[in-house]
Design a protein around this ligand. Structure first.
Ligand SMILES: C[S@@+](CC[C@H](N)C(=O)[O-])C[C@H]1O[C@@H](n2cnc3c(N)ncnc32)[C@H](O)[C@@H]1O
Length: 1005
């Protein structure tokens, strides 16, 4: 019996839910534990597991209804989740005085706070409340749309704006469970009951769900949370640590979480006492620093002073603070002046007034016409490589470092209330002395802290794609070089205190992850951000690189508490005991799972092993103590990466291993994210060679705007390929396979269309195309070989340029069948008589009118219709802005003699554009092309249809009468295009098409 996901999947709703989860930024459940790249949305994991456990019945509609109920994604569920927001005034009331002063005004939030910052603030306020206070705050939510029918009139994505995520509510209501149980024959009252009962039915035990590439832990975490026995493993120990924490800290229950929060609070308090005693953050005026701004300085040839570097000297857009530089007589060091300026001057600084670096050139602050290439400054031999003991540049180094600004904070009492006053200032002699003291203190602890692993001691691997950047650009050779002495001192101190105060494994891991988070937010790679509401240092991994900046910020301890504390809220849930974790190469796994859900590093650009080393440098020595069975190394040589033969070989090996470690009725899902739908055909072959057969494929858009989902640019779909073990290896024959593929493609598309009827469309063009591939794979992968050719051999066969395998041919043929099955609405009558290139043109217009702009999709269609050259038909071929020509846009280009006509073609214009010069394009001679020319003639004649009609009669002669009816049909279709959203360019031509259609309809011989 197939599982639900092998027959259907609510992909439009899931896309909207995944997007909502992604948008929550800090509010996402796992991200607070630490940075990992390519995390999968938990809601998608939940739906996938349930979709694989739930059997499909003969009633697809009922299956869908019940499945949505389980996920609280049906009408009742979304209404239940529509709790509304807690009003800003209530948040303000619940917040501490300090937070109120900093973030709230009289009427709500202060201006300029980003959504992300608000989200972080909510987490912070919530965490500081007792359980009763939390309940009281929660009770103040207000349903923004009190009327249910009004709510249900919204599109699904619009509804979600007002909804909690499914993971944040109790689950289906009692009534919903009644319906679910009646349909499935279960007796569940919660998700874990259902999982248990469905697992027992299929596998005879609680289902075991595993992920051999578990990364940040989404899959094992969600599996355990909904009641499965979960297994996770990853090659990278940093990923292992994150997954361990997801299961054992977030899933550890209230007791564990409270202990962890207490230990982390004590560590921070102890560190605070030490920092205060050291006197490194306080000044004589009773102020405490919370941010230190540093910049790189250089002394280029011919310049007799050091130039401090920054792409902008704006310090705070909101506080209106800038830095400017003056020369001191007799000194080769410039003097910073930190000033509050007028709005007009601020604007000049925003426009880079005084910037001393731009376009990779150093600019003289006193004579902008004097510039030096940064590259040339590095010299032909490159920079001096720092040694382990270097913590700041040596005096002869090209790139020096200096502190140029400090932000001071003081709490005063105003109107009986405490108020935080902030000011930015250039460092004075005392401040510089404190900097010296920081270095002296660090020197004192340096050796011991390195040997204990409280600060990093590892070397940065050379020749890495990402790791080479700090080596080349700054001469930094060790990971600790990426931190200022102040950062190393504070982080090292917290690490040392943690080692004393954290006794349980949970607390130790939490403190380690806290350090990891601090290193992500407090490093020489943390660029200073001046934007309103954002005057702070940026996250290192705001992208997937190790970018060196010219000015950056160090946070004082007082600003690191929130970063170090990785748990915001104690939750009752305890499910960690259902999870098991190992750190192992996926080739060597020996654990058996009923369901494998994996998200391999497929042809993507993320260098997990290199980026992970940034954190591993902070963890390695403690990791060996807490997880002696793990290897504290990324083992780059074993990491799956790239997309060449080595990659294929490791993937076949890994998936064969997984197939060997699942029961005969087990299931797998392979997820991967890629913009080009065709690349997954390659993955399909790999999985086939590994002994698996495909049973379904769905794409979930995880990165699009919720409203107008799948319409805009940059749609990023996560393809979820469902597979089973191939238990028999019967031979297949190409000539038998084709008709089966044809049937399967049609069946798949028809069943998807049936689910689309009424309501919001569930699938878009890319989904249909993907379904065609999946259908072909479904048929193909049932066989052990094809025409006697071994699959594995085919995967690795060396081919000439442009040569494709038989397997690939079948897959492409499936695309052709899909293209032909999907007829644009309103063109059914004419479709049969159109040539392939005409069909291509109309289908392309059809997808354009539905907002599709990705070039890859137009190319996919071209492959499906066998059109080899689409360039002359495209008005724009931008990667995410592809559009077809309108009739007027095509003008007289790509226009030629009608094939096989004896007509005079008197109406053809003399100039035929590039078609005439370089051989006619197949589109040039088809009737649709001439019809479009007639539309253009009509538009040019102020919508008088006469010239257009005449052109057609001249062009087609007697043939005109036989074509007239189909012309009218096509013209009416073109006439509707101008009404579609985003098709403004068509308005004129669509009107002309309407006029011409009217004239042709009434034409008589
Ligand atoms: C796309 S990520 C997985 C992300 C994960 N699904 C999540 O939601 O966070 C791929 C993972 O594969 C891991 N990896 C790479 N090569 C591996 C191998 N040979 N064995 C096991 N894991 C490997 C990487 O360390 C990385 O964490």
């Amino acid at each position: 019996m197939p599982s639900f996901i092998e027959t259907q999947f609510p992909i439009a709703r899931l896309s909207a839910e995944s997007y909502k989860e992604r948008k929550a930024n800090n509010g996402q459940t796992l991200t607070r534990l630490g940075k990992w790249w390519g995390r999968k949305p938990l809601v998608l994991v939940r739906a996938s597991i349930l979709g694989m456990l739930m059997p499909a019945s003969n009633d697809a509609k009922k299956d869908r209804e019940v499945f949505l109920k389980i996920l609280t994604m049906d009408d009742d569920g979304t209404w239940q989740r529509c709790k509304g927001d807690i009003p800003a005034a209530a948040w303000r009331e619940a917040a501490s005085m300090e937070v109120q002063e900093e973030f709230f005004g009289a009427r709500g939030f202060k201006q300029g706070l980003s959504d992300e910052e608000k989200e972080a603030l909510f987490v912070q306020i919530w965490a500081a409340l007792s359980l009763e206070q939390q309940h009281a705050l929660d009770a103040q939510r207000m349903r923004p749309i009190p009327n249910r029918s009004e709510f249900e009139a919204l599109s699904y994505a619009e509804r979600l704006v007002h909804c909690e995520r499914p993971e944040n509510i109790e689950g289906p209501t009692g009534a919903a469970w009644g319906d679910i149980n009646a349909h499935l024959g279960t007796t569940a009252t919660c998700l874990s009951d259902l999982v248990e009962q469905l697992g027992q039915r299929t596998f005879g035990h609680t289902p075991r769900v595993g992920d051999s590439f578990c990364g940040g832990g989404s899959i094992p975490f969600e599996a355990a949370r909904i009641g499965c026995n979960a297994f996770g493993s990853d090659l990278n120990p940093v990923a292992g640590l994150l997954t361990w924490a997801s299961l054992n800290l977030l899933g550890g229950g209230k007791g564990v979480q409270e202990e962890v929060m207490l230990v982390q609070a004590n560590v921070l308090a102890t560190a605070d006492q030490q920092v205060t005693a050291w006197g490194i953050e306080h000044n004589a005026q009773g102020e405490r620093a919370d941010a230190y701004l540093y910049c790189v300085e250089v002394k280029p040839e011919g310049c007799d002073y050091f130039i401090p570097l920054a792409p902008s000297w704006l310090i705070g857009e909101k506080s209106k603070v800038i830095a400017r530089w003056t020369r001191l007589p007799g000194s080769e060091r410039l003097q910073p002046e930190i000033a509050v300026v007028s709005d007009s001057e601020l604007k000049l600084y925003k426009d880079k007034l005084g910037a001393t670096v731009g376009d990779n050139r150093v600019i003289d602050p006193f004579d902008a016409s004097r510039t030096w290439s940064v590259e040339a400054l590095r010299g032909s031999d490159g920079l001096r490589r720092w040694t382990n003991s270097d913590i700041v540049p040596r005096s002869g180094d090209v790139f020096q470092e200096r502190l140029y600004c400090i932000r001071w904070v003081k709490t005063v009492i105003r109107n009986g209330k405490p108020k935080e006053i902030r000011r930015y200032a250039a460092p004075n002699a005392d401040d510089l002395a404190r900097e010296e003291n920081v270095q002296a203190l660090l020197h004192k602890h340096f050796d011991e802290w390195q040997s204990e692993g409280f600060i990093p001691s590892r070397v940065i691997p050379e020749n890495g794609e990402k790791t080479e950047e700090p080596i080349r650009n700054r001469g930094w050779t060790h990971w600790h070089h990426l931190f200022t002495p102040r950062q190393l001192l504070i982080h090292g101190l917290l690490a040392e205190i943690s080692s004393k105060l954290a006794k349980s494994k949970a607390a130790k891991v939490a403190c380690l992850l806290g350090l990891g988070r601090m290193s992500d937010w407090n490093s020489r790679l943390s660029a200073w951000m001046y934007h309103a509401g954002n005057e702070k240092g940026n996250q290192v991994f705001y992208n997937q690189a190790l970018n060196c900046h010219f000015n950056y910020a160090a946070r004082a301890l007082s600003k690191l508490g929130d970063t170090f504390s990785i748990l915001a809220d104690a939750s009752e849930c305890t499910f960690g005991q259902r999870g098991k974790l190992t750190q192992i190469d996926a080739r060597d796994l020996r654990d058996t799972c009923d369901i494998w859900i994996t998200d391999p590093p497929y042809a993507d650009a993320i260098n997990y092993h290199e980026l992970g080393d940034y954190f591993l440098a902070w963890y390695d020595k403690q990791l060996t103590k807490y997880f002696p069975e793990w290897t504290p190394d990324a083992r780059a040589e074993l990491a799956v990466r790239g997309n060449g033969d080595d990659f294929r070989r490791s993937m076949v090996e890994i998936y064969r291993n997984l197939a060997n470690h699942m029961p005969g009725n087990g299931l797998q899902m392979v997820m991967f994210t890629h913009q080009d739908p065709s690349v997954w055909a390659d993955l399909g072959m790999i999985l086939w060679a590994a002994g698996l057969k495909a049973t379904a494929a769905w794409t979930i858009s995880t990165e699009t705007e919720a409203v107008g989902i799948k319409k805009g640019n940059y749609v990023q779909g996560t393809v979820c390929l469902v597979l089973r073990k191939r238990t028999n290896n019967e031979p297949g024959f190409l000539d038998e396979v084709y008709p089966l593929v044809e049937d399967e493609v049609k069946r798949q598309i028809t069943s998807m269309q049936a689910l689309d009827e009424g309501g919001e469309p569930n699938f878009n063009d890319a989904d249909y195309q993907l379904a065609a591939y999946a259908a072909a794979l479904k048929v193909l992968t049932q066989y052990g070989n094809l025409d006697g050719k071994d699959v594995e051999h085919e995967v690795f066969a060396v081919r000439g340029k442009g040569e494709i395998s038989d397997f690939q041919t079948v897959i492409e043929r499936a695309l052709g069948i899909a293209c032909d099955t999907l007829i644009p609405r309103g063109l059914d009558d004419s479709w049969r008589d159109l040539t392939l290139v005409e069909r291509y043109y109309l289908r392309s217009l059809d997808i354009e009118s539905r907002g599709e702009r990705r070039k890859g999709m137009y190319e996919e269609l071209a492959r499906g219709f066998g059109v080899t050259d689409i360039k002359p038909l495209l008005k724009s071929d931008k990667a995410n802005g592809t559009r077809m020509f309108t009739p007027t846009g095509l003008a007289a280009s790509v226009l030629g003699q009608v094939a096989g006509t004896q007509a005079s073609n008197a109406g053809l214009p003399a100039a035929r554009g590039r078609a005439a010069a370089s051989g006619p394009h197949p589109f040039a001679s088809v009737p649709l092309r001439h019809l479009m020319f007639a539309v253009r003639e009509t538009a040019a004649a102020d919508n008088s249809p006469e010239p257009g009609r005449q052109y057609l009669r001249d062009t087609f002669g007697q043939g005109y009468w036989g074509k007239r009816e189909s012309f009218v049909n096509l013209l009416e279709w073109l006439a509707a295009l101008g009404n579609a959203e985003g098709m403004n360019e068509w308005i004129t031509d669509s009107e002309a098409a309407r006029m011409l259609a009217g004239r042709l309809r009434n034409d008589h011989a």
